[in-house]
Write a protein that binds this ligand. Sequence first.
Ligand SMILES: NC(=O)c1ccc[n+]([C@@H]2O[C@H](COP(=O)([O-])OP(=O)(O)OC[C@H]3O[C@@H](n4cnc5c(N)ncnc54)[C@H](OP(=O)(O)O)[C@@H]3O)[C@@H](O)[C@H]2O)c1
Length: 313
Amino acid sequence: MSTKRIVITGATGLIGRKLVAELQNEYALVIFSRNPSRARDTLPGAADYVAWQPSEQGAWMSAIDGAWGVIHLAGAPISTGLLGKRWTPEYKAEIRNSRVIGTRGIVNAIAAASQRPNVFICASAVGYYGPYRDSTPLDESAPPGRDFLAQVCVAWEAEAARAESFGVRTVQLRTGLLLDPESGALPQIMLPFKLMTGGPILPGTQVYPWIHPADEVGLIRFALEDERVRGPLNAVAPGALPNREFAAILGKVLGSPSWLPVPEFSLRIALGEMADLVVYGQNAIPRKALDLGYQFRFPTLEPALRDLLKLPP
Ligand SMILES: NC(=O)c1ccc[n+]([C@@H]2O[C@H](COP(=O)([O-])OP(=O)(O)OC[C@H]3O[C@@H](n4cnc5c(N)ncnc54)[C@H](OP(=O)(O)O)[C@@H]3O)[C@@H](O)[C@H]2O)c1
């Protein structure tokens, strides 16, 4: 194992757990968590577990000094599902503050370090681009949107970008819809299909920029180890699809019809403002990753779903 220390926040989350499994044998991982003893139980084998929470400063700051890299994934869940928290004004403030203040504190610690990291990778999201119902292509140079999520991403990325002014290579990872059969959005998207009532979410033209976990982790490793990667990086597969086609492929893979369109008003009743996550999309394109030569393991949806659901190709 290398002696290079990598600090990871949000390591206990959906992406973080997979990232820890990928990096653990090669790097000395320092896991920052709001509950370090629970993190130790769920992710044994890291070099250290440090109590951290989103704040502008804290005792945890010294653990960043001398780290080779920092990967900052933590934040209050954005997509909480049908039974989860609604986007009340209070919860929207938590979504924003956990990211903006959390990132500010991490960058403050980077600034204060006597030995600063080589690289700082900070999560962001394709929500940066705002809500689209069409397939306008969006590479990393596209402008930000004006809705709530876009404004969160703009403020979050701006906090992360301060690390560049301290000479630290910084990457803002604009992740799309991470496909995981156990948690996140995919189980909820699959449920109506398993009940034989699946179909596109109207208007059906909105594009879902999905990514297979192997490529999410692959792109984080790429950003960590390849010094050419800098600034925003779309973490999405090249094969993003309009929702109508996404639903048709999901139905085909699950052996279930894709016939019952879901109207926006029913999602608004069920999810409130959070329905924005599914009635809009972004045709985000991984331009930077492709230009720099990253090889996607799962560039197209059907093989990605078959792999995740352990179905024959
Ligand atoms: N999954 C996706 O499809 C997706 C798509 C786009 C962007 N992203 C972004 O990528 C990052 C990682 O995603 P993920 O799906 O792995 O996230 P996740 O599973 O929802 O959560 C990651 C971690 O954040 C910490 N956390 C939870 N609530 C928090 C709060 N109120 N304040 C501070 N920390 C809190 C938790 O770690 P501890 O309990 O150990 O502190 C949690 O394990 C997030 O910032 C997310 O917005 C994810």
